[in-house]
Unconditional design. Sequence first.
Length: 234
Amino acid sequence: MRNHRLCCNDWWPIAISLCALACWMAGDAIALQDKEVAEEEAELWQRLAAAIEKSPTPKTVRASFNQTRTSLLLSEPVKSKGVFLSNGVVSRWSLGEPEGVEVRTDAEQMQIYYVSDNLLEVYPIPEQGLPMPNQRPDLQRLKKNFHLEMFESQDQHIRVRFKARGDMRKHIKSLALQFDSARGVLTRVTTFDPAGDTTQMSLEKIEIDEKITPDELKLNVPDDARVERPAESN
């Protein structure tokens, strides 16, 4: 009479079936979790888009500018401050402390003039360029390079945090923005890079729609200044 207990050969089909069922259930659970995360993120993007859509678009912005950079390699944060101007197309930073640095950006390039070195550096504006303080957040560009992890709205201040994705992860780990929805201005941009360094740029004493002359947005560089294009040389 045959032993009613299952022999090894009888177990294999059952074991394989159970493993397949377990893998299917685990994969299904992961897919469901990913779907829920994607839906939650999509809702955050919708809330951000709605808030930006309701905000005004200032013609000009004039403000004091502060930047603080912290690094694991530095014992103290490096702080800079100066004046920020923008007409929506061209932006100009004049940093008087701790050293003289003049910066001008437009749709095509960023120019940085180091006064003490009489050196002008010119960089093309990359496709994955980060939002500037004078700009309304470009959601199409942000979606391409970041996941939206947090959205908070209190009074007129909107705070969002993004996690880098794709090639952007080579340059930055995450990005935090503070947007003044009543005036339509990014008042704070904070970047966190893979090495652990943090750079925070903020605008204070903001004036919008005040007259800014073309001369104020010019970068006055001496004729004998050295000109370098680091991005091209690399």
